[in-house]
Structure formats: structure tokens, C-alpha cells
Design a protein around this ligand. Sequence first.
Ligand SMILES: Nc1ncnc2c1ncn2[C@@H]1O[C@H](COP(=O)(O)OP(=O)(O)OP(=O)(O)O)[C@@H](O)[C@H]1O
Length: 270
Amino acid sequence: MIKISNLRKQFSGNQVLSDVSFSIDTGSIFALIGPNGAGKTTTIRCILRAIKPDEGIIELFGEPFRWEMKKRIAVVNEDRAVFRNFTARDYAQIWSCLYPSWNDRIFSNFISKYNLNLLQKVESYSIGMKTLFFVGLCVSSQADILILDEPTEHLDPTIRLEIMSILKKYADLGKTILISSHEIYEIEEYATHFGIMKEGRIVYTDSIDTAKEIHRVVEKGESVGDGKIIGVVGSSLLIKTSKDVGRFPKLNDIVIGYLTGRTESTNLFS
Ligand SMILES: Nc1ncnc2c1ncn2[C@@H]1O[C@H](COP(=O)(O)OP(=O)(O)OP(=O)(O)O)[C@@H](O)[C@H]1O
């Protein structure tokens, strides 16, 4: 559904993305994970053609990007920027024109469930309400692809759980979701796949279940057998192995292991 191949982007001679490649299947929730400045938002902006990549191929729905595809993609931007003076109702009217698959009933239910005031200017919503409102717009759009930059940021714990559940149900409809997030414990709850980004490269990508199967955390000094050492996790090591050694990792162990490990070509870790 989304296939990114060898994406490269520089800003003023600074190489921000270097050969970024990953793909996302229909029905998946793919989390792009990485430290501040790793290149997650830049990748998303390239996918949306908000900026032009220097090199690389972006395929959506099995075809190279075309502008008409935008009506099948709904987005929650990183900055939650809004048009001044636009009420929630104004937004709904605009989105209903932009998205042929827009569903008014889903939108009305969402608005009443979360007590959002349709007549209020979205600019005056709290940052958490804005996020919630944009997630509501995305889900009501019934777009085939949702792209959400930090979708649970600024939300209280109850609403976070709600958003995770909404997104899971949405993906189950056969929709594809790409999120950028630092919330690894949450991602483990609701995402199906992930990519770890470090200094503009994808250093590892897989399904969460497979990644947990093929890695182990071993204590320093414990035998790693023929496993490949990936990186350090606190006082332990993350290894990639087919042997039943150490303990199974949490997603957090895998992310920390790859982030502390060497950044080389992705096949170093394959
Ligand atoms: N328009 C721009 N001009 C110059 N540099 C940019 C521009 N946009 C992004 N960058 C740089 O690209 C790098 C990656 O930024 P990006 O926003 O993609 O990171 P990120 O992984 O999304 O970080 P965060 O988790 O903090 O949001 C940073 O060093 C940033 O300063």
C-alpha cells in the first residue's frame, strides 16, 4: 500500500534522509520510531509531497505518487496548524468536500462522544482537543491511508487509550496507518509493524511480533551463542538469534538496542 524506496533529502547540504526504504501493507499500523531529529517528519512530508525528495520512489496503492491520490490520504500534522477563524463545523464542511468517502454519521458520533463544540473555533481548542478533533476528521474521511505525526501527544491517558482503539478498529477495516511516535509502550499496544530511524536511515523494520521472535536480551557475560550483537540495553545486550537464549525483548529493548548499535546499511542487521 505504501512503498518507499531509497528516499534521500538534503537541506542546505545537510543530509537529512539517506536511502530510506520501507513498506507498509494494507491493514497495518506502521510506527516510525526514532530520536528527535532522526528524520521522521521529513519522511512523512516527502510522502505527502509537502517537500520534494532529492531522490527515491514513493509508491502508494501500487503506483507512483499522483496528486489525485491525496483524496485517499488523511493527515494529522505535527504542528496541528489550523486556519484562524475556522470553526469545527467549517472544517467538517471542507473535509467533506475534499474526501469522496467522507462519512457524516461517523463525524457526528465522534463530536458528540467527545463533547467537542462544533461552533467553536478550532484554534481555541486546547492542543489535546485539536489532536482529538483531527483524528476525528481523519476517521470520518474514511481515507484509505491515515498519516499521523505523534497522534497521542498532549492527550490524557483515557483519551490516548480511546485513540489507540479507534486507530486499531480503523486499520481492521483494511485501512493503512502510518504514525510517527516516541511513545514506544503505546506503540507496542496498537501498532503491527515498525521502523527504527536513526540519523536519516531506517536501521531496522519488521512486524512487532517477528522482531520479538528473532531477538533476545542477554545479560552481559551470558553466552550469546551464534547470535549477532545488535546493541546495548542498559546492562544487557540485544542480540539477533534463532536460539532460545536470554529473554524475549519488549519493543523498547529492540528500539534501544538498535539505537545504541552501529548505524550502517540496513543489511548489517538482516
Ligand atoms: N525545512 C528544513 N530546513 C532545514 N532543516 C530541516 C528542515 N526540516 C527539517 N530539517 C532538519 O532535518 C532533521 C530531521 O528533522 P525531522 O523533523 O524530520 O526529525 P523528526 O525525526 O521528526 O524529529 P522529532 O521527533 O523531534 O519531531 C533535523 O535536523 C531538522 O533540523
